[in-house]
Design a binder for this molecule. Structure first.
Ligand code: AMP
Ligand code: ZN
Length: 463
């Protein structure tokens, strides 16, 4: 079945055709690991996860790389400001490695909780310094670079199609916007290599043919993507804020170095998750809402995942607790229905299953339309022509894309006093003291739990 994706490069939704039949290479811009990731970032990786799951659902073989920015991302996009990691080093009094690994581990745990499939590789920028220097050498040899007192820059005036991803108006930009040019030849030029101000002072710096320093953030992503996926590949993703200047600079470097146009066939960008009334949720402001913040308020990571699926990835999510409550309730209802359908009887009809699966695939294959696919799941559950086992089978099939863990029981912590009552009740049942067993069931219910008899034992659930 055809898969349609919206491509930022062409500004059109079109049929996806990979470079190599049946195989897809994806590179996603990952976290800068100087601080905790907020739920806005989590939305981004849930989107990417849905993309990967949809490709797998369509029987593609996927090679998926996400990078970890552990050096070179400056606090300003204009090649000024501090390296975010070095800034954290000073603030926390730890080594750069301690910081980047600590925040990466925290991030990875969140992804696991959210049932996000891990990429085939996490590409750490500091492990690709050789490749980055190699790429810069090619650009230098081709005459696209120049040196200033603080680094080596890419001369964007030499590229006719610079900024095509965002239809950048170079002329307007040259005259208009306030961008700190300093020694740059053009406002859009960007750093490929920055010199250490005082070598020996930074925690992370390397020798290079141009002097001791560190790579530019854009160079990192080009070098890591090419090393892992080749000089041309299928899909590159990021949040919409990555488009300009990060992605247009990645394109400039990669297409200049190897002449393959387009370097990447499909560019997919997710929109933001905003806290209502705030602009965008940003790590640099220090005020962030983390997955843990939601968990402390009694929401599960899956409630948040469900909320994300309710909005198309190219639309903004205006986040507040009211819409998270609604998502939580819907997911709870859904799981309750499924636990009832689970042991349902009825022979499954292959044609019924295939037709429903086809319809579902059409929805997710329409540029990952998860809101429509989710409402289709609800339609299926209400469909009289399907029996319980067909409904259950379909829900689990759709969940290969949703990743909501619909077949998993919610992990609930049963308090010791409830456990004790359940044990007592089991004893009563064994002695056939039904009246007392019913009494105990009522007591258990008063404590917020339901109990179901399973053979000799019992199953306890939240009411
Ligand atoms: P960062 O760690 O800030 O470099 O961001 C990692 C990725 O998350 C980038 O691809 C960003 O575009 C994306 N991102 C950051 N903030 C948000 C947000 N509030 N909503 C959605 N995506 C975001
Ligand atoms: Zn990147």
């Amino acid at each position: 079945m055809t898969l349609k994706l919206y491509n930022t490069l062409t500004r059109k939704k079109g049929i996806f055709k990979p470079i190599k039949k049946g195989h897809v290479g994806i590179y996603g811009c990952g976290p800068t690991v100087y601080w905790y990731q907020h739920i806005g970032g989590m939305r981004r990786y849930i989107f990417e996860d849905i993309l990967v799951r949809t490709l797998l659902f369509n029987d593609y073989k996927v090679k998926h790389i996400i990078n970890v920015t552990d050096v070179g991302h400056l606090t300003s996009d204009a090649d000024t400001g501090e390296d975010k990691i070095e800034k954290a080093v000073k603030k926390e009094g730890k080594t750069a490695k301690e910081i980047t690994h600590y925040y990466f581990n925290d991030f990875e745990k969140d992804l696991e909780k959210l049932n996000v499939m891990m990429p085939d590789k996490w590409a750490w920028a500091t492990e690709y310094i050789k490749e980055q220097i190699g790429l810069l050498k090619i650009l230098e040899k081709k005459g696209f670079t120049y040196e200033t007192s603080d680094g080596i820059y890419f001369d964007t005036s030499k590229l006719k199609d610079y900024g095509k991803l965002v239809m950048l108006d170079k002329e307007g930009l040259q005259e208009g916007k306030r961008i700190d040019v300093k020694e740059k030849k053009n406002k859009t030029d960007f750093a490929l290599w920055k010199f250490s101000e005082k070598p020996g002072e930074r925690q992370q710096e390397w020798d290079s043919p141009w002097g001791v320093g560190f790579p530019g953030w854009h160079l990192e992503c080009s070098a890591m993507a090419i090393k892992n996926l080749g000089k041309q590949f299928d899909i590159h993703t990021g949040g919409i804020d990555n488009m300009n200047p990060h992605h247009i600079n990645e394109i400039a470097q990669s297409e200049t170095a190897f002449g393959k146009k387009p370097w990447v066939k499909y560019w997919l960008h997710n929109d933001f998750l905003n806290l209502k009334l705030k602009e965008k949720m940003s790590k640099s402001t220090g005020q962030i809402v983390r997955l843990e913040t939601l968990e402390e308020k009694g929401y599960s990571p899956m409630d948040f995942r469900y909320l994300c699926l309710l909005t198309h990835y190219r639309k903004i999510i205006e986040f507040d607790l009211k819409n998270l409550d609604a998502a939580k309730n819907s997911l709870k209802r859904l799981k309750n229905i499924l636990s009832e359908l689970k042991n349902g009887s009825g022979k499954t009809n292959k044609r019924n299953l295939e037709m429903a699966k086809k319809q579902f695939t059409e929805f997710v294959n329409d540029d990952l339309n998860t809101p429509r696919a989710l409402s289709y799941l609800w339609e299926i559950l209400r469909e009289d022509r399907l029996n319980n086992s067909e409904k259950y089978r379909l829900a689990l099939e759709f969940d290969k894309v949703f990743g909501l863990g619909l077949d998993k029981e919610d992990k609930i912590k049963i308090p010791a006093d409830v456990k004790k009552l359940v044990k007592e009740r089991e004893n009563c049942r064994r002695k056939k003291d039904w009246a007392q067993a019913d009494n105990l069931r009522k007591k258990i219910k008063q404590k917020g739990f339901s109990v179901e008899d399973v053979g000799e034992g019992s199953k306890v659930r939240l009411v």
